[in-house]
Design a binder for this molecule. Structure first.
Ligand SMILES: Cc1cc2nc3c(=O)[nH]c(=O)nc-3n(C[C@H](O)[C@H](O)[C@H](O)COP(=O)(O)OP(=O)(O)OC[C@H]3O[C@@H](n4cnc5c(N)ncnc54)[C@H](O)[C@@H]3O)c2cc1C
Ligand code: SF4
Length: 519
């Protein structure tokens, strides 16, 4: 088999079949480099992709609408696009099946694709050449700052991987937020300034509204008719579905939200699902925006005096640092990565993750907003739903499936390291130096959820005790052998050992009762 994991430029008169899946909707995707007039671009909507987990209806509507708009744009520019719709009667339902049919229709001499985002698709792709009987050229996905090979190089010989070192290398490599060889603003990281809770009187920006056109309305009708039983509603999908809309979303963020992004990055508020977050992950991961243009615009805002350094550095770190880092981990460690289960967690995912029906106000808010928007911001994902799953010992595979299904930006390369590694510590510390476990006091400090909750983060009374408080100490106690040696948890265990024995017994008893009730 002939797989070129590189960019290849060639000219000839034979037809190439260029395959563009729904997360590569970018004119500068490497599979479209050197596009010739006789070539055919194949795009297909297939059930296999739409149902390998039960994706949120807004996620499916977003991707199908963005695909259809992208294909229309190519056609308007004279590109020969072969577009297979989900409801096409001949649709085989899989990429492999659609490629086979397209090869029979067009008789190309080769297939050109960009490296897929997910391991599952890559495994399938490696069989295409034998199945199709023509060469399949797999090109590097050049939208990212670092290739999997660059990351392997970074990881080589290191005892532990930490995002901060990778991020600094990326700053040096790209020149982003650099003044010569020094970090701009005098420091690599302004995270300490980025942990404020939200004051009462802060005015929150409204996200931009993207009116549905007929293409989107048609997709919404299709999703309603074909994806019954998936989470949420397709109606009301408000993600940008074209490059122009995505650029509008980016400009809106830079001008309206970025200045306060850093200060309130970790804050949470009842009834405010978006705060100052960018909401750019869905269009970015689908290819409508490129990470470099986002980071450059953010840097320009700082250099132009329109946003402070703590906001701009904090934001760029998410994209240049975390996003690239999790992708590096994914391709470095798959396929075994997902098998780890450091704490041996095996409890089933509680039903309220799908319905939001729980008395815990913070969980209800994060889940109901997810149901409504196919979106939750990072702190809700990490410190509310992720933290609960960690403390309650929920089976990582079930948690991962939930995150992959419910968010419009979720693809396994980015979802899995975030869930398995960051939120659940199921990889035993490859991604994070300690578990992101927190009691209700953290949620109380960073949000206003506790004010209207049936439980209280401050209560010592067993009846109204916050479940996060009971579960936190129970988690620390039952995993002591695995965590006690972690230098970052020394203080936690010293506090634990100073706690009154009767209180520890009460907390652990409440945790057991709460967990039993989940079943
Ligand atoms: C358990 C869990 C699961 C997650 N699953 C996904 C997922 O499936 N897809 C996804 O894109 N992000 C995921 N994230 C990361 C992060 O929560 C989302 O990228 C972010 O909430 C998207 O909202 P936003 O665009 O408003 O981000 P902002 O807060 O505005 O951040 C800016 C951008 O930085 C990037 N970013 C920030 N944090 C991360 C991170 N940890 N990893 C990767 N990129 C990051 C995103 O592209 C995001 O658009 C997950 C985080 C956790 C804790
Ligand atoms: S009291 Fe506990 S369960 Fe209720 S909102 Fe606060 S942290 Fe969540």
């Amino acid at each position: 088999m002939q797989i070129f994991i590189s960019r290849v430029f060639r000219t000839n008169t034979l037809t190439a079949l260029r395959f563009v899946p729904g997360d590569q909707l970018s004119r500068c995707i490497s599979s479209l480099d050197d596009l010739e007039s006789g070539d055919v671009v194949l795009m297909c909507e297939v059930m296999e992709e739409a149902t390998y987990v039960r994706h949120h209806k807004k996620k499916i509507a977003f991707i199908l609408s963005a695909m259809r708009h992208f294909a229309e744009g190519l056609k308007e520019d004279g590109v020969n696009v072969d577009y297979i719709r989900l409801d096409d009667p001949e649709n085989t339902g899989s990429f492999a099946g659609e490629l086979k049919r397209a090869v029979a229709r067009h008789g190309p001499d080769r297939v050109i694709v960009t490296h897929p985002g997910e391991w599952r698709v890559f495994e399938d792709m490696k069989k295409w050449e034998a199945d199709l009987g023509i060469p399949v050229e797999i090109r590097v996905d050049s939208r990212f700052f670092a290739t999997p090979k660059d990351f392997r190089q970074f990881a080589k010989g290191r005892k532990e991987l930490r995002m901060e070192w990778f991020y600094r290398d990326m700053r040096r490599k790209t020149g982003l937020l650099m003044d010569g060889d020094k970090p701009a603003g005098g420091a690599w990281n302004f995270d300490k300034e980025n942990r404020k809770s939200l004051p009462e009187n802060v005015k929150l920006p409204d996200p931009p509204v993207f009116e549905s056109d007929e293409t989107t309305r048609e997709v919404i009708r299709l999703v309603d008719s074909r994806f019954d039983g998936h989470m949420g509603e397709a109606q009301g999908m408000n993600f940008p579905v074209t490059r122009d809309e995505a650029l509008t979303a980016l400009d809106h963020f830079i001008e309206t939200c970025l200045p306060s992004f850093g200060d309130y990055q970790d804050a949470m508020k009842e009834g405010a699902p978006f705060l100052f977050h960018s909401l750019l992950s869905a269009p970015l991961n689908a290819g409508l925006l490129c990470p470099e243009e986002i980071c450059r615009k953010a840097e320009d805002a700082w250099r132009g005096g329109r946003a402070p350094i703590n906001a701009v550095e904090g934001f760029i770190r998410q994209i240049l640092g975390w996003r690239e880092y999790v992708r590096g981990i994914y391709w470095l460690k798959m396929p075994d990565y997902r098998k780890g289960n450091f704490f041996g967690a095996k409890r089933d995912l509680p039903w309220f993750y799908w319905s939001g029906e729980t008395d815990m106000a913070c969980m209800a808010a994060a889940i109901c907003e997810t149901w409504e928007n196919a979106y939750a911001h990072h702190i809700q994902r990490l410190m509310v739903t992720g933290n609960f799953a960690l403390l309650a010992g929920i089976d990582p595979a079930q948690v991962e499936e939930w995150y992959l299904a419910v968010y419009a930006d979720a693809y396994e390369w980015v979802e899995l390291p975030n869930t398995h590694g960051m939120a659940l510590f199921a990889d035993g510390g490859l991604m994070a130096s300690k578990p992101y476990a927190a009691s209700g006091n953290y949620i109380d400090r960073m949000s206003d959820y506790c004010a209207d909750c049936r439980y209280s983060a401050k209560s010592k009374d067993p009846e109204s005790l916050c479940p996060f408080n009971a579960l936190y100490w129970d988690f620390m106690a039952r995993n002591r052998d695995k965590l006690e040696g972690n230098p970052r948890l020394g203080m936690v265990y010293r506090t634990f050992d100073r706690m009154d024995e009767a209180r520890v017994d009460m907390l652990r008893k409440r945790a057991r009762e709460f967990l039993d009730a989940l079943e």
